[in-house]
Design a protein around this ligand. Structure first.
Ligand code: ATP
Ligand code: MG
Length: 408
């Protein structure tokens, strides 16, 4: 089945061409298509100016109008359409200060970071490859368009992108590019945390995470990379790095990577807050790290089920995996046990219980207070462990009974 995103992109190419403009698929989607990988998104480059693009399509969003980018929405699918441009003057080391629209595809492709990302494809499938991108794809090589020193100086994020492509594609980096990165690492100090983290996120989900992180480590980029530059970090061994490769869960990747950087520390939240992740991410990373570092993992069924009730299955399984990574111990058996225990438990949270706080208050005839939550949790535990059935009458009877014993 044809990818709906691709269909939308082709429709935009057609409309632009029929209006008399040039339009091409460019960048990552061309690279991925040639590698027989599913493109994440389709980017289009055109000689039509942003205002022309806006006039031509019914639904558009001026996403980055200053940089020539308009998002065109075709049947609900957003596709970025960018006017041919060159960038100049990277004074703030983050965004080009000025972009200049140009008339040719060739000039537009020359501003791109790596040869494999600097190819274009037209509607008829003709490939435009002015920098030997196809040959580099075949030879599995990451090479900058032009002189690596200039290109990394222009935008130091390209050094981190190089690491990202090493991890994603399992390619090698040219010697010149590697040497330039080691030489120019200090320029990374001005990068924004958000851009760095966005690249790391892609590295976590790559098959060869260790390759990219190894580049950043061996060239000592972390000493200049916000926010890591300010941290007192351990050196990460090759063995430890390798363990990042099979992880496909970004929360676990973050938790393990943080552990590798800073070890066991009470100050995790200080570090974590510098990464500008969502509060949900921070909560999950913290749970995984704290449980793995500071709590013995239960071995008996009763203790295991109590743990699961307290922390939930997701945090528990992640903690077991992180502990396994840290201690280099097998985890499959523990994961199987905890998963089985979780599935066996007839109730997993208070809302699964056949009674609620109101029922209890009514039955016991005592004003609400902290005792309600406590009692509900006691009942939850007993039902989860199979000591009590999840029946309303019986739970209320039991609730009253515990109440009288507590008060006698
Ligand atoms: P992905 O598959 O993750 O989207 P991508 O190669 O498409 O990877 P994007 O960040 O989406 O990466 O960028 C799209 C294209 O824009 C790149 O392929 C490249 O041609 C160009 N590009 C992106 N960032 C830079 C940069 N910092 N310097 C030069 N060119 C860049
Ligand atoms: Mg892309």
């Amino acid at each position: 089945m044809i990818d709906p995103k691709r269909k939308a992109a082709e429709q935009i190419l057609l409309t632009l061409e029929q209006t008399g403009y040039e339009a091409y698929l460019v960048g990552g989607c061309v690279r991925d298509q040639l590698l027989h990988r599913q493109p994440q998104d389709y980017d289009i480059a055109t000689n039509a100016h942003p205002t022309n693009v806006q006039q031509l399509f019914a639904r558009t969003i001026p996403t980055g109008i200053k940089h020539g980018t308009v998002t065109v929405i075709i049947q609900g699918i957003p596709i970025e359409v960018t006017t041919f441009r060159i960038e100049s003057d990277y004074q703030d080391h983050r965004h080009p200060n000025q972009v200049e629209f140009v008339s040719s595809l060739k000039e537009d492709l020359a501003r791109r970071d790596f040869t494999i990302n600097a190819m274009a494809l037209d509607l008829r499938g003709k490939l435009y490859d002015y920098h030997g991108g196809l040959q580099d794809l075949r030879q599995k090589r990451i090479r900058t368009v032009g002189n690596p020193k200039d290109r990394f100086t222009e935008d130091p994020l390209r050094m981190i992108r190089a690491a990202r492509f090493l991890s994603q594609l399992q390619f090698s980096l040219t010697k010149e590019a590697r040497e330039s990165i080691c030489q120019l690492k200090e320029k990374c100090i001005h990068l924004s945390v958000e851009r760095v983290i966005a690249e790391l996120e892609k590295i976590w989900l790559s098959p060869a995470t260790s390759q990219g992180i190894a580049l950043l480590s061996t060239c000592d980029l972390f000493s200049y990379l916000p926010p890591f530059a300010k941290w007192k970090r351990r050196t990460i061994s090759e063995n430890e790095l390798k363990k990042l490769d099979p992880i496909q869960d970004r929360i676990l990747s973050w938790a393990y990577f943080l552990y590798l950087c800073i070890g066991k520390t009470e100050k995790l939240s200080n570090y974590l807050s510098q990464l500008r992740l969502s509060s949900q991410d921070k909560k999950q990373i913290t749970a995984c790290y704290q449980l793995a570092c500071y709590q013995p993992i239960p071995t008996t069924e009763t203790d295991g089920k109590k743990w699961l009730l307290k922390y939930g299955i997701e945090n528990s399984l992640r903690a077991i995996q992180l502990r396994g990574l840290i201690e280099t111990e097998p985890t499959q058996q523990k994961i199987d046990h905890f998963s089985k225990w979780w599935n066996e438990m007839p109730v997993k949270q208070l809302s699964d219980l056949a009674v609620n706080g109101r029922d209890l208050i009514q039955a016991i005839q005592r004003p609400g207070g902290a005792w309600v939550k406590q009692k509900l949790n006691d009942l939850l535990e007993q039902v989860a462990l199979g000591i009590l059935p999840n029946h309303k009458e019986q739970l209320l009877k039991e609730g009253c009974k515990i109440e009288t014993t507590n008060h006698s």
